[in-house]
Design a protein around this ligand. Structure first.
Ligand code: AMP
Length: 280
């Protein structure tokens, strides 16, 4: 694996690969890699000649300074994991390399940008869009891989690519979970042992919830899920939502949308966790 920290060098290397007819699969990450990231990478490696991974903790997508400061950084362990999935290029730039001058672009993702994470984390998706566009321009991948764990982020990226007519394919990847059901996340390592033991309840409740779709309306199911979650004192809910899977708008009836997803965001101690499950 070759590691680059400068845009210029990585561009040159990837230009060479493309000239030689190689296809490029790209997985952007913020590091502290886990099996969820690695599965995306294995898929990208299988579907492309070259696997490029970026590790960049993007400061402008954090709306909480403590979350940014405490975000795990584990470059050495990450490099070893990347070798294990036969990553060809690691791009690990500094903040100065990515933002020599502040990027003031303001994206409008319309309805999609204003719900759930968009409402609870102002500026988050703008920061994500700015960095992902930059990374796409640097790596010019044929395909880029994003996890459904961050369902709304995936929808935002799909809209960004459509809006800017960027010539690449966005490939979604299902949520990878721990054996006890907890959705894998770099933030999980910040949970205390006690919190880690409670965390699987989120997915347990989501699984129970979707079984009730035949007896409860969407609004009743939102309330049922919230009630179940708040019975665990340690959970502090940001939201429970049931939304269609395109623009992620709340649904009131089961019959008027093709795909629907149940979403949850909550704090467990100091750690904010998100999860989702498909209803239809
Ligand atoms: P992050 O490093 O958290 O920004 O994540 C990098 C990519 O990995 C994003 O596309 C995430 O959606 C994806 N990802 C993170 N955790 C998981 C997971 N548990 N299952 C599937 N994809 C994931």
């Amino acid at each position: 694996m070759l590691t680059y920290t400068t845009i210029k060098e990585l561009r040159k290397a990837l230009h060479h690969e493309r000239e030689n007819g190689k296809t490029i699969g790209f997985v952007p990450t913020m590091g502290a890699l886990h099996e969820g990231h690695l599965e995306l990478m294995k898929r990208a490696k299988k579907e492309n000649n070259i696997l490029v991974v970026s590790i960049f903790v993007n400061p402008i997508q954090f709306n909480n300074k403590e979350d940014l400061d405490k975000y795990p950084r584990e470059m050495e362990a990450d490099s070893r994991l990347l070798e294990s999935v036969f990553c060809d290029y690691l791009f690990a730039p500094t903040v100065e390399e990515m933002y020599p001058a502040p990027d003031k672009t303001n994206y409008d993702f319309g309805l999609l940008g204003n719900v759930m994470e968009g409402a609870f984390r102002p500026g988050h998706f703008n920061g994500v869009a700015i960095v992902v566009k930059k990374l796409f321009e640097i790596t010019e991948p044929h395909r880029a891989y994003f996890g459904e764990k961050d369902f709304q982020q995936l929808a935002i990226i799909q809209q960004l690519v459509k809006m800017l007519q960027m010539p690449l394919e966005i490939v979604p990847y299902p949520i990878v979970r721990e054996s006890d059901g907890l959705a894998m996340s770099s933030r999980n390592m910040r949970l205390t042992a006690e919190e880690r033991a409670i965390a699987p309840k989120i997915y347990e409740i989501l699984q129970k919830a979707i079984k009730l779709k035949n007896v409860l309306s969407p609004e009743e199911l939102r309330r049922w899920t919230s009630d179940q979650l708040t019975q665990t004192e340690a959970f502090r809910l940001d939201y429970v939502e049931i939304a269609e899977d395109q623009y992620l708008q709340p649904v009131e009836h089961w019959n008027n949308a093709s795909g629907m997803v149940l979403f949850v965001a909550l704090f467990l101690g100091k750690v904010r966790l998100i999860d989702n499950i498909r209803i239809f």
